[in-house]
Ligand binder design. Structure first.
Ligand code: 5GP
Ligand code: ZN
Length: 313
């Protein structure tokens, strides 16, 4: 999409982008030709870096830092049940394989107007849909989890197959997370204060927000039931910022309790043999940056002094 196109052409699905967003956002992004994937300007990246530093300043004591690749093992995603829950979001890596002769035959199909992609074979990699997924097998690989549990600081470029022309929905976006592994009480003691801390971060950078119970986009009819249950059990909260409109604010952070899901899948347990629970707080770095530009304007120099001070910009 060209995000600078007039609103009447900008969107064919649901609500139109408010026009004022186009002026701001077209200064930050260069369209790639595929919806939801952009080249980002230096000014935009300076805000991403400033946000990352601000979030790091709230890093829980003893958190271990890991940074993950934008790809992860396909087998891990399969094992954790992603095909049941979110098959619609998957992006998988496929490659040309075989002898040099096979590969040049496939590649030549493009020159000859044929379809070279029909020769692609799935590799053992998928694109990471969340930053925290690779940490659970790493933690489990260490054996018995100590009684104090674990806290991790993770980040990755994530992919979700959700092509969209909306400025708050990318196919490829950066996610930062703090992840807790421990007893149900330890997860609760981690998640609740994080909701308050996250509100403090949003206040410091001048974003207005609401925090609401939420659900993940579970797939299909069974998925609707899972989503309802997730809401009923208040397993997910989101901090939503009015980016496109106040009526449908955008989830910029989420606070998740997965209960025993990852503990069971990966065999996370303590010395007493108890299956451990997990939770995470996720920061959508790109959404937060877009929210800042939409709220305070395209020129960082014109942002409120307090906001620039909080971000050291
Ligand atoms: P969740 O796992 O809760 O869906 O995602 C965690 C965070 O990643 C969200 O709160 C949001 O800030 C960010 N995120 C999720 N989907 C998208 C998306 O399509 N585009 C962008 N820019 N950020 C996203
Ligand atoms: Zn997570």
């Amino acid at each position: 999409m060209n995000i600078a196109t007039p609103i009447s052409h900008a969107c064919c699905d649901h609500s139109f982008e408010p026009e004022h967003l186009h002026a701001t956002v077209s200064q930050l992004f260069k369209p790639s030709g595929v919806d939801g994937v952009y080249g980002r300007t230096g000014a935009y990246e300076s805000v991403i870096e400033a946000l990352a530093a601000l979030i790091s300043s709230h890093r829980p004591q003893d958190a271990e830092v890991f940074r993950f690749a934008p790809v992860m093992p396909r087998a891990s995603l399969e094992k954790q049940g992603y095909l049941n829950s979110f098959p619609q979001l998957i992006g998988a890596v496929s490659t040309l394989t075989g002898s040099d002769r096979d590969i040049s035959k496939s590649a030549a199909k493009y020159e000859n107007g044929g379809d070279w992609t029909e020769d692609l074979k799935p590799s053992d990699l998928v694109l990471a849909p969340a930053a925290c997924y690779p940490i659970y097998p790493i933690a489990a690989g260490r054996g018995i989890v100590p009684d104090e549990g674990y806290v991790f600081d993770v980040a990755a470029d994530c992919f979700r197959h959700e092509p969209s022309r909306h400025v708050d929905r990318f196919q490829s976006f950066r996610m930062r997370e703090y992840v807790r592994i421990g007893t149900p009480q330890q997860i609760q003691d981690f998640r609740e204060p994080w909701v308050e801390r996250a509100k403090g971060i949003a206040d410091a950078i001048g974003l207005s927000y609401i925090v609401e119970v939420a659900n993940d986009p579970f797939f299909g009819r069974v998925g609707t039931m899972m989503a309802n249950q997730q809401r009923e059990d208040a397993l997910k909260f989101e901090l939503l910022v009015p980016v496109r409109s106040a009526q449908s604010p955008t989830a910029c952070m989420s606070f998740n309790y997965h209960k025993e899901h990852f503990g069971e899948v990966w065999g996370l347990h303590n010395a007493a043999g108890q299956v451990l629970h997990t939770g995470c707080v996720a920061f959508g770095m790109d959404r937060l940056a877009v929210a800042l530009f939409v709220t305070h304007g395209a020129k960082i120099a014109d942002w409120p002094a307090g906001v620039r001070q909080a971000l050291r910009l």
